[in-house]
Design a protein around this ligand. Structure first.
Ligand SMILES: Cc1ncc(COP(=O)(O)O)c(C=O)c1O
Length: 376
């Protein structure tokens, strides 16, 4: 039986070693190829989020205190006991990341380290075992290599990567699971939104409270957000603008995106906290902005500041930032039954300059001075 420890998979400090495929059985991830490839069924001109899953998946189990038997296998259903603990008590954590086709045809898995760091922060919060960096990186690299042909080429498209860890132990009774599955599944996608979005400031329902799990990418945060989001959609909005749980006044984030604003020419966004997901795209945009000479302010943003800023013409841009959406311009914000329209955007806007800088870096058109790209 192959078990996983830090000796078999390179440590974070040895990440460069992963640029070459793991070879040999020990330390490498075995691959079982599918005999029923579905790649030919993909309409590459129509890649809505979630329509396609690639032919293979990564799977590894945690048992007896160790991650064991990592492998890449054909995408398939799982067999689980109805008592599998994740189904009852919600120990389930995931990540969302992307692999991009670079301008020279190479494939780039973007910001593996940052996603790994956040995955382990989520796992810790949910009392789940951490994933060694070497295992995480090797799993992604091996899977993306095997399904290389699934990485789309062109603007605003990518292979979405979904690492998922959940409690698989079969047991009645409320307890921390002793067994887990770590999976990675993938699928080609276009960016989430094709046009500017309308968001509703939610004054009643909340997403996260101080001391809770808001910063973790755990399944319950999403299930808990569905009800208010569905109501907002019925009212004609695309998503919620979540507010703080105490006073329902300060901006937190939006659905699967962090929120950023341009006020008086400065890029303004709430600081991350235990109620806000530490978005990787947000982090990229803030670092890129600083390098482009755009002033950045991480500070609380109140709903009243948004209303005043829009009425006085000082707030000129609002947008979401996330792996799935990349940059999503906001056209309308609903606040207390009033609709506030943002100015019409053009390509000189800060958000589009930042999006372009991010895309240029990811595609290899500009230098990767932050070390974010992992070329497979
Ligand atoms: C709740 C939430 N906030 C923000 C984000 C944006 O984070 P990232 O840029 O890492 O995708 C996401 C998406 O992962 C999310 O689910």
């Amino acid at each position: 039986m192959q078990t996983v420890n830090e000796k078999e998979f390179p440590l974070e400090s040895e990440v460069g070693a992963l640029a070459t495929p793991p070879s040999g059985v020990r330390g490498a991830i075995p691959v079982e190829k599918t005999t029923h490839a579905t790649l030919h069924q993909v309409d590459w001109n129509d890649l809505p989020f979630g329509k396609y899953v690639s032919d293979h998946m990564f799977i590894c189990r945690y048992k007896a205190g160790e991650w064991q038997e990592p492998k890449v296998q054909p995408f398939q259903n799982l067999s689980l006991a109805p008592t599998a603990l994740a189904l009852h008590y919600g120990q389930s954590v995931f990540e969302g990341m992307k692999a991009f086709r670079m301008h020279d045809g190479a494939i780039n898995i973007f910001r593996i380290e940052k996603h790994h760091e956040r995955l382990n922060a989520s796992l810790r919060r949910m009392c789940m075992p951490s994933i060694p960096y070497g295992l995480f990186a090797a799993a992604l690299q091996q899977l993306v290599r095997v399904d290389e042909a699934w990485v789309p080429e062109g603007e605003d498209v990518a292979l979405y990567l979904r690492p998922l860890v959940f409690a698989s132990e079969a047991k009645f009774g409320v307890k921390i699971s002793d067994e887990y599955l770590f999976l990675v599944i993938t699928g080609p996608v276009h960016t989430l939104y094709q046009k500017p979005i309308r968001i509703k400031a939610e004054r009643h329902y909340i997403r996260a409270a101080k001391g809770g799990t808001g910063f973790a990418k755990c399944a319950g945060n999403y299930g808990g957000a569905f009800y208010a989001t569905q109501k907002a959609k019925e009212e004609g909005f695309d998503n919620i603008l979540w507010l703080d749980a105490c006073g329902h006044e300060y901006v937190e984030e939006s659905g699967t995106m962090n929120l950023l604003f341009v006020v008086d020419g400065k890029l303004v966004t709430p600081p991350v906290s235990d109620t806000i997901l530490n978005g990787v795209t947000r982090d990229c945009l803030l670092q890129l902005a600083a390098g482009m000479g755009i002033p950045v302010e991480e500070r609380p943003v109140g709903i009243s500041e948004i209303v005043d800023g829009l009425q006085g013409g000082r707030l000129t841009e609002a947008f979401g930032a996330g792996t799935a959406a990349v940059v999503a311009p906001v056209s309308t914000i609903g606040i207390d039954d009033q609709l506030y329209e943002l100015p019409t955007y053009n390509e000189d806007n800060v958000m589009f300059r930042l999006k372009k800088a991010l895309e240029d870096l990811r595609s290899g058109r500009t230098e990767d001075r932050f070390g974010w790209n992992n070329v497979v």
